[in-house]
Design a protein around this ligand. Structure first.
Ligand code: ADP
Ligand code: ADP
Ligand code: ZN
Ligand code: ZN
Length: 876
């Protein structure tokens, strides 16, 4: 191979030399990047930063690594691809810490990602206090993800799904005839249930809430299945008369309680639609057997520092370190005695300790002491506890001490997850490695930034190199070396405009980054709008919010700020969204064409109420960062609806008409038109041993998705696969005269997505791209005003220049009479908001309050909260 690297130069600060990089849009790029340095790659969305950092440098390091393994592994190289580059010299092995795309398993948690769980299990197995006569357990017995450890009642999930009267009868003012029991089966089957109740003597014509409790409970929860005569079409009076006369019934019907129906259907139906329908009436509740701790009884009977492993895992990491610190320092407190208190009392005491956040209460007066740790146990305990406390220290340094070990990873933000992985790497004491990171500041308040910079410095100090794709200007300023890619996106980008220390960028005229990097922030600020009315929330309980009151200006742009973990998402994406969606009577607008498996409605819901102003809001749009689909079948063109127009254009061509091809023929979801081998996916799924499975291009159509016949049809010289291969920018020119296609394309371009290809599979989109696609789709609907738009960190992944485009769109929505609320860290956005709500002061239990609220200028003068001092720069 021509790619052989000469023996690595041993000089410090040697360079990585790239020659002729052409991956994606890169224009035969040559660049030299120092090692043992913090190198930041900047440039607008789609300019080619990731293609250089991940697509070329990381991919090449990965390829060399695979090549050094077995012949089997080498075969994979063909599947993962080889970067298009002439040569790279001086490249050390690389570790990528990318933001998680798609979904993580529900069973993965903070503990498993950081590997703290396995240490903790070892601690309990080897050094825990066991009840008398209980044999020692293995580490696996303390894992809810193994059959030996899992609670047999909830199978290790910690919660069970149940139905409640409220979930099955959402509107108790309706009568049974008016379908009060929403959970009943639809259509005929539901009417049948009602007719049986008439026969059984229940009043189906009074409001549900006026029925006696005993009757309501029986109708919903009975396990009996009485068989009764049914007189179809009879009124209750006629039914009673017919029964008296012992008239021949229409048929005999079997009654089934609503609970029985819902749970049985959920467990047994083959139909995804039915499953989804009944799931709506189920709610998750904490498993009564394990108390949500997910483990079998024997495992929970073992304690350390007075707590069972489940209780310890529920503490915040900081509190957990506190509980372990005495053992780590060789000071052993005696464990709790067994059988002296009821389970419930024990649980209360543990909760009290957890609430107090402190180890100092562990083993206090109500617990009898029995010093039963043997010498070996003490030694094992001290060593493992030390290790745990040190690792948690690293996590705390990255501002993650508020997380608990049992927190499921799907509930974490991508930024939190990346920082968890980063912390794990710092502890792994590798050196001579390149870490490639993707926007590590995502989700971080400027005040959290210090911890991150420190962590990166630590990695660098132990002899590693950091390649970081980043937009945060503070990070750009702190870099040892800046690689600015651009100038534009897609084919207008792909060049390295500058490679050197940050200050040298000021002379580079073509750079879109330079004006932002050297902006003093002293420009003219917007005059905040005066709100027409206020949307007031009272008594909110959610996560770390306890009885909070909050108000949002209507017809204005509000930025909610605060350090990571302070409660911003709890307030905005959860409480505000849930309360308003109840008020407007629908779930937040969110199309999910390829929606995933049904899951019962959320485990926890917000408590609280809308106190005032709700009448000004008639519609809620929650533009979140969830993927727009989970298979390569969903893409930009299908999601935005523009593909429908394109297919109609193809069906109207002369060739298509002659062959009687309808618009459906041009869908890769329809059998006639698509490639048979991959069924229109363009990719085939390859399962790999010991590695995550991958999608490889289809051997028949080579990713074109269609069969040869379909591809013969052309519109203005291009076939349908070629259209899907166009970027938004290219399509704008190609469909210049087609108004219905132009509008969605223009919106996508205006929002900074001009570089995306129409057929780009949803699985390849980042959370931020998915969010902007949703926003563009939303913007093409006609605007009536009086909608509430909620966005969680919409600037994630955006260059300041792209942020300006996005803000223009959002401000446009407010001008049209809508209300916009964003969770945001970007100070330029916050400074231009009409209203700022600063949540804090700290994270987790130390947060959950509104510490400052007002116009940006007012908040900049506030004396409390993490945001004020950073905003001051904009309001001198
Ligand atoms: P950035 O990281 O600067 O946002 P990227 O490197 O992701 O930019 O993208 C640069 C260009 O390469 C864009 O035009 C993008 O559409 C294209 N591109 C990115 N990923 C792929 C891919 N997997 N296949 C083809 N083109 C891609
Ligand atoms: P922010 O958005 O400001 O980063 P969050 O609202 O996400 O903060 O978190 C506030 C607190 O609530 C934190 O202690 C966090 O760990 C906790 N929390 C957030 N979401 C969940 C959840 N789904 N389950 C349990 N705890 C949560
Ligand atoms: Zn359980
Ligand atoms: Zn194919």
């Amino acid at each position: 191979s021509t790619r052989r690297t000469p023996p690595a130069a041993s000089a410090r600060n040697a360079f990585v030399r790239v020659r002729g990089a052409r991956e994606h849009n890169l224009k035969n790029v040559d660049v030299e990047i120092p090692r043992d340095a913090l190198v930041v790659f900047s440039g607008i969305s789609g300019s080619g930063k990731s293609s250089l950092a991940f697509g070329t440098l990381y991919a090449e390091a990965q390829r060399r690594y695979l090549e050094s393994l077995s012949p089997y592994a080498r075969r994979l190289i063909d599947q993962v691809g080889v970067p298009d580059v002439d040569a790279i010299e001086g490249l050390p092995p690389a570790v990528a810490l990318q933001q998680q795309r798609g979904t993580a398993s529900v069973r993965s948690s903070v503990g498993s990602v950081t590997t703290l769980s396995s240490l903790l299990r070892m601690l309990y197995s080897r050094a825990g206090s066991y009840p008398p006569k209980q044999p020692m357990l293995f580490a696996e017995d303390f894992s809810p993800n193994t059959p030996q450890g899992a609670c047999p009642n909830c199978h290790g999930l910690g919660h069970v799904f149940e139905v409640t009267e409220q979930s099955m009868v959402p509107d108790p003012s309706l009568s049974i005839r008016e379908r009060a029991i929403a959970a009943w089966p639809p259509a005929w089957h539901g009417q049948n249930q009602r007719d049986i109740l008439v026969t059984l003597g229940y009043d189906v014509d009074i409001p549900w809430r006026d029925l006696p409790k005993k009757q309501r409970d029986w109708i919903l929860f009975t396990e009996e299945q009485p068989v009764a005569p049914v007189y179809a079409g009879f009124t209750p009076a006629e039914t009673r008369a017919a029964l008296r006369r012992k008239e021949e019934p229409s048929y005999m019907g079997t009654f089934s309680g609503a609970r029985r129906y819902v749970l049985h259907t959920f467990a047994t139906t083959q139909s995804a639609m039915m499953k989804k329908r009944v799931a709506r009436y189920m709610v998750g509740t904490v498993c009564p057997v394990c108390d949500g701790k997910r483990l079998k009884r024997e495992a929970l009977s073992v304690t350390f520092a007075g707590l069972d492993i489940g209780a310890l895992s529920q503490l915040s990491l900081s509190a957990m370190a506190g509980a372990l610190r005495p053992a780590a320092e060789g000071r052993f407190q005696a464990p709790a005695a067994y059988g002296t208190r009821s389970r419930a009392a024990g649980r209360k005491a543990q909760q009290a300790r957890a609430a107090a956040g402190g180890p100092s209460h562990v083993g206090s007066s109500d617990v009898r002491r029995t010093p039963d740790l043997s010498e070996e146990k003490r030694i094992a305990a001290q060593r493992i506890a030390q290790d745990l406390v040190e690792r948690i220290g690293t996590l705390e340094a990255l501002g993650l001490g508020y997380l608990s070990m049992d927190r499921a990873t799907p509930t974490l933000s991508p930024g939190e997850l990346q920082r968890l992985r980063l912390a794990t790497q710092i502890r792994s004491s590798l050196f001579g490695v390149v870490y490639v990171l993707d926007e590590p500041t995502a989700g971080l308040h400027p005040a959290d930034g210090q911890a991150l910079y420190h962590a990166l410095d630590q990695l660098k100090a132990s002899g590693n190199t950091l390649f970081v794709v980043e937009h945060d200007l503070e990070m750009l300023r702190r870099a040892d070396w800046l690689v600015d890619v651009g100038p534009g996106a897609g084919e207008h980008g792909g060049q390295v405009l500058y490679s050197g220390p940050p200050k040298g960028l000021s002379t580079v005229k073509a750079s879109v980054t330079a004006p932002y990097l050297f902006d003093t922030g002293r420009g003219k600020r917007r005059t905040p709008r005066t709100p027409a009315a206020w949307l007031e929330l009272r008594g909110i309980h959610r996560n770390n919010l306890h009885g909070l009151d909050a108000r949002f200006p209507i017809g204005a742009f509000t930025a909610v700020t605060g350090v990571s973990g302070s409660g911003k998402s709890s307030l905005v994406s959860q409480a505000l969204v849930e309360l308003v969606s109840e008020h407007v009577g629908h779930e937040p607008v969110r199309e999910e064409p390829d929606s995933e498996l049904p899951v019962p409605s959320s485990i926890e819901r917000t408590r609280g109420r809308l106190h005032a102003g709700a009448r000004h809001i008639t519609r809620l749009v929650n533009v979140d960062q969830k993927p727009i689909g989970r298979t390569p079948r969903s893409n930009l063109a299908t999601y935005t609806g523009l593909f429908d127009h394109v297919r109609r254009l193809f069906a109207a061509t002369r060739t298509a008409k002659a062959r009687r091809y309808s618009a459906g023929r041009f869908s890769f979801n329809v059998a006639q038109g698509r490639c048979d081998t991959c069924e229109g996916e363009g990719f085939v799924h390859v399962e790999l041993l010991f590695m995550p499975s991958v999608y490889a291009p289809c051997p028949t159509c080579h990713g074109q998705r269609y069969n040869a016949k379909t591809l013969e049809v052309e519109w203005n010289g291009r076939n349908i696969a070629q259209v899907l291969g166009m970027t938004v920018e290219e399509a704008l020119a190609f469909f210049a005269d087609e108004a219905p296609v132009q509008r969605p394309l223009q919106l996508l371009r205006d929002i900074g997505l001009g570089y995306l290809r129409l057929g780009q599979p949803a699985t390849e989109l980042s959370g931020g791209e998915a969010q902007r696609i949703k926003l563009a789709t939303e913007l093409q609907r006609s605007q009536h005003g009086s909608s509430l738009y909620v966005l969680d960190e919409p600037t994630t992944g955006l260059h300041p220049a792209d942020v300006d485009k996005l803000m223009a769109q959002l401000q446009g929505l407010v001008d049209a009479g809508n209300t916009v609320v964003v969770v945001e860290h970007d100070l330029r956005v916050v400074a231009d908001a009409d209203w700022v709500i600063d949540v804090g002061p700290g994270a987790g239990k130390q947060g959950g309050l509104i510490v400052a609220a007002g116009t940006p200028a007012q908040v900049s003068r506030a004396t409390a909260g993490a945001t004020a001092s950073y905003l001051r720069r904009w309001f001198p």
